[in-house]
Design a protein around this ligand. Structure first.
Ligand code: HMG
Ligand code: MG
Length: 291
């Protein structure tokens, strides 16, 4: 049997959060419906962050209430603090298959820009969220940003990333996604970072989250596969960017990742034709030409 790789689709969240046009909820729902039909089993559909910070994600409550429910498909929602977690709990309908994602940075500069908090302060907030989520039985995922380079602090030492991964996993045994937020990584730097992180967490609990700014995301996925990682975040149509990371457009495109994985002999369970339709819709949304 072929080795299985999970794609964690982040297009509706990471992909759209940075778009200047206020994208109507109906368009986001159409994209999520198209993605839900492809066989993906994880889709991140929005954020319960401050709407003052990320106006594009303001309609997340409505989206959560209306997304199609598909057996085996779990929806992810980004949550920065307990206020966001309470919004999650209030928004999810009965029986919703959901999980939250908490996020921290490996660097002080990005932590301040993205969360208005130092790394230590952000861990206090995230610790409160994780404790609440564990208490009520909501699964948690974690993100670490700037695992290779920070737009404010420059190159990041691999040990700094490992220490943040370790701190997250002390909160709860969560999957941790390693974010090359500004797409600055190359196989050498990503490989060195992974070596340090693998000292504190096994490959089974790690995911790769590569923005493709430098055009090396697929190569970075390959080096991560060699290190044993089997979960990769990607955004349909290559949508993406973080509003608080200057120069961070473009998550790696899901369709490119799925195609490369198939070439390498990995199974993803994603239908490439249906994914191509979702990618076409993503591009129309980006261009603002949805009928
Ligand atoms: P703050 O301004 O320090 O927060 O922001 P605050 O607690 O002082 O609150 C300020 C106001 O926001 C208050 O309202 C709060 O009630 C409200 P006011 O009294 O002024 O009317 N507020 C909220 N409203 C709704 N939902 C909430 C919430 N929290 C506070 N959850 C905060 C701190 C963390 C809230 C802010 O910095 C924030 O929302 N940051 C999120 C930024 C973000 O979403 N960035 C993009 C996602 S991360 C990413 O893309 C990276 C990733 O893809 C991996 C990678 O690529 O590296 C994951
Ligand atoms: Mg990202």
């Amino acid at each position: 049997m072929a080795d299985r790789v999970r794609i964690y689709e982040v297009g509706p969240r990471d992909g759209l959060q940075n778009e200047a046009r206020a994208i109507p909820v109906a368009e986001k729902l159409a994209l999520i419906e198209a993605l839900a039909a492809t066989g993906l089993d994880r889709i991140e559909i929005g954020s319960f962050v401050s709407p003052k910070w990320v106006p594009q994600m303001a309609g997340t409550d409505e989206i959560v209430a209306a997304v199609p429910r598909v057996a085996g498909l779990r929806y992810g929602l980004l949550v920065p603090n307990v206020t966001g977690f309470e919004r999650y709990l209030a928004a999810v309908p009965e029986g919703f298959d959901g999980e939250i994602a908490v996020f921290v940075s490996a660097t002080e500069g990005f932590s301040r820009a993205n969360l208005n908090a130092s790394i230590d302060e952000s861990f206090e907030r995230v610790g409160d969220v994780v404790a609440r989520a564990v208490e009520v039985g909501v699964p948690v995922r974690g993100y670490v940003s700037c695992v290779v380079r920070c737009p404010f602090d420059g190159d990041v030492a691999p040990g700094q990333v490992a220490s943040v991964v370790e701190r997250l996993r002390e909160l709860a045994p969560m999957e941790v996604s390693l974010g090359d937020t500004i797409g600055a990584g190359v196989p050498e730097t990503v490989g060195a970072m992974l070596e340090a992180v693998l000292d504190v967490a096994p490959a089974e609990v790690l995911a790769g989250h590569f923005h493709d700014t430098g055009g090396r995301a697929l190569a970075n996925i390959e080096v991560s596969l060699e290190a044993g990682l089997r979960v990769f975040d990607a955004a349909v149509g290559g949508l993406g960017g973080c509003p608080y990371a200057p120069g961070a457009p473009g998550n790696v495109a899901t369709e490119a990742v799925v195609a490369r994985l198939a070439e390498l002999g990995f199974e993803t369970g994603v239908d490439e034709d249906l994914l191509a339709e979702a990618a076409a819709l993503a591009r129309r949304i980006k261009m603002g030409v949805v009928a």
